[in-house]
Write a protein that binds this ligand. Structure first.
Ligand code: NAD
Length: 247
């Protein structure tokens, strides 16, 4: 049931971190995986590495999820090659942290544009094919901060909270087409995104995590695999927290 042979999976922002681990996990399960990032060269490199490691087919395409034309161009290439996508993992995301009083409109707009509007743009392209095929999986990467809030992340926590409403609404609109739409809310996962945080901040997070460790990208990738598989076919509009007990 965790065999994804014959399925085409697109993971946004899959050249590193959680996205890369997810792409690899889906490829291990037999899916054809489309690696995307803003740099085509990097996507090609990662696609090659994952193919060598897993034996599954991979395809690389550059896509800036925050730019409509870039998303449309990428989907043109994807549909020429594969027709459509069966599994969409909306993973790409970014932060621009600063205290709210100092937050510039650009900091707000950029984070909303990429994390929230980007997910809208990619999903709208991807679900057309799923609707035709009457099978699909959409998995959105939210965050624990959508539920807890976080100092310095008014923009990011708003975007990630927006993804929860988006997930629940799409789940209702698409359930009758046999498409499930779920979200994952990771806690503190060790990637480049969290690597930049000062050590004292990391230590204070660690104290709040009952499991006593930070998460690894694979901890999230495993949940994506479950949500992409037939094992989860009666779960939709749900949020799965992956945070070692933090929330
Ligand atoms: N690391 C954590 O602790 C954590 C916690 C909760 C949620 N998340 C979310 O998980 C997802 C993956 O994060 P990560 O920790 O692997 O971070 P990361 O920074 O290593 O990876 C994010 C990826 O998204 C890509 N990206 C950023 N802007 C993009 C754009 N406009 N178009 C296309 N790609 C873009 C980056 O290039 C990168 O490959 C993000 O949505 C992030 O918000 C991470």
């Amino acid at each position: 049931m965790l065999n994804l042979s014959g399925k085409v999976a697109l993971v946004t922002g899959s050249t590193r971190g959680i996205g890369r681990a997810t792409a690899e996990r889906l490829a291990q399960a037999g899916a054809t995986v489309i690696i995307t990032g803003r740099s085509e060269d990097r996507a090609v490199e990662v696609a090659k590495e994952i193919k060598e490691k897993t034996g599954s087919e991979t395809f690389a395409v550059s896509m800036d999820i925050g730019v409509k034309e870039s998303v449309e161009e990428a989907f043109k290439r994807i549909s020429e090659r594969f027709g459509s996508v069966d599994i969409l993992v909306n993973n790409a995301g970014m932060t621009r942290d600063t205290l709210f009083l100092r937050m510039k409109l650009e900091d707000w707009e950029e984070v909303i544009r990429v994390n929230l509007t980007g997910t809208f743009l990619v999903t709208q392209q991807a679900i057309k094919g799923m609707i035709k095929k009457r099978w699909g999986r959409v998995i959105n990467m939210s965050s624990v901060v959508a539920f807890m809030g976080n100092v310095g992340q008014a923009n990011y926590s708003s975007a990630k909270a927006g993804l929860i409403g988006f997930t629940k609404t799409l789940a209702k609109e698409l359930a009758s087409r046999n498409i499930t739409v779920n979200a994952i809310a990771p806690g503190f996962i060790e990637t480049d995104m969290t690597d930049v945080l000062p050590d004292d901040i990391k230590e204070s997070y660690l104290k709040q995590i009952p499991a006593g460790r930070f998460g690894k990208p694979e901890d999230v990738a495993n949940v994506v695999l479950f949500l992409a598989s037939d094992l989860s076919s009666y779960i939709t509009g749900e949020v799965i927290h992956v945070n070692g007990g933090l929330f």
